[in-house]
Design a protein around this ligand. Structure first.
Ligand code: FE
Length: 325
């Protein structure tokens, strides 16, 4: 059925995918996860990229090919995961090196670390289960759990074509409007935001005059209001939410949802460019701060655990917002 893939036979039969057996995982944002396996990757296609930090080919063509696949297949019926399958160079291929690679390549997918029982053993459990012969190694699994491809290399263009063709089979609704996803957010936070529509700048004294002390603390001093402190969390009337400092419209009520987090939550801003994203390493956490790009007001943070289709949760202080009709 797929002659470009090396494992499945012509009638599409191939080995069944095994549980990954990888114990240490971080999510797309680099936060530790208690558990992750194929089941966590949903019902669609799955692509596993296996690598080692000290493997030159993993960096020269492994990660670049993975990035192309992840970028091209956004919104398609496929999920990705990266696993450091350690079988040599134990000192260098450690957990911290894996975290460094996730930050370096900004691939918005979960990363696992799989050293097996350590140096002097066969190493990676995943590798033994799937029969990988080294790194880099790509494994493609179809929605039925059949391994279609398992090899050092992958044909990126043919893989993209396969997944797009599979997704096009059922009737597809009108193309969704462009919506930022976690990959966009990470890229903007690391490499700079799209330009703002306009700029508003005031002195500290002018902001103090304009705002209540609570609003000033949150927006100008990066404060956080207490959870569940605002009725805005459970407000779902139609309308728009403006920046309390400069009046720029930031979020539409159509993107507001009940996250039960205790802060007003949205899946996307009104348009690209009104919200800016900054890396925030305060309080020992690695988070992405959201600010009004027009006046630099601190709004809150954005996380990759929101509902589809954006997958984003904009967790915003109610004190930073003003509802308009
Ligand atoms: Fe503003």
């Amino acid at each position: 059925m797929n002659p470009h893939f090396n494992v499945a036979s012509a009638d599409g039969t191939g080995p069944q995918a095994q549980p990954l057996g990888v114990e240490r995982w971080v999510d797309a944002a680099g936060q530790p996860m208690a558990h992750f396996d194929l089941v966590s990757m949903g019902d669609g296609y799955k692509l596993l990229f296996c690598y080692q930090h000290a493997c030159p080919g993993c960096h020269t063509h492994g990660f670049p090919n993975l990035s192309r696949l992840v970028d091209a297949l956004r919104g398609e019926n496929i999920r990705f995961a990266v696993v450091q399958t350690v079988f040599e160079d134990w000192e260098e291929n450690n957990y911290e090196a894996m975290l460094e690679d996730q930050r370096r390549y900004a691939v918005p997918v979960p990363f696992g670390h799989d050293p097996g029982n350590g140096a002097g053993t066969p190493g990676s459990v995943l590798m033994q289960r799937y029969g990988n012969r080294g790194t880099p190694w790509f494994i493609l699994i179809d929605p039925e759990g059949t391994v279609l491809h398992s090899h050092f290399r992958i044909d990126v263009d043919k893989t993209i074509a396969l997944i797009r063709r599979a997704g096009a089979a059922p009737a597809v609704a009108a193309a969704p409007e462009k919506m930022p996803n976690w990959g966009d957010v990470v890229r903007w936070a690391n490499h700079g935001n799209p330009p703002p529509p306009r700029r508003v700048q005031k002195t500290e004294a002018e902001w103090r005059q304009l705002l209540t002390p609570d609003q000033y603390y949150v927006t100008r001093e990066k404060g956080t209001e207490p959870a569940h402190s605002s009725a805005m969390c459970s407000l779902f009337e139609p309308g728009r939410y403006e920046c309390v400092c400069c009046g720029t419209e930031l979020f539409d009520s159509g993107a507001k949802y009940d996250s039960r987090s205790g802060w007003p939550s949205f899946t996307q801003p009104i348009t690209e460019g009104v919200v800016a994203y900054n890396m925030d390493n305060s309080y020992g956490m690695r988070r992405i701060e959201t600010v009004c790009q027009v006046c630099d007001a601190h709004l809150g943070h954005v996380f990759p655990d929101g509902p589809e289709p954006s997958g984003l949760r904009f967790c915003i202080n109610a004190l930073s917002l003003k509802k308009s009709k």
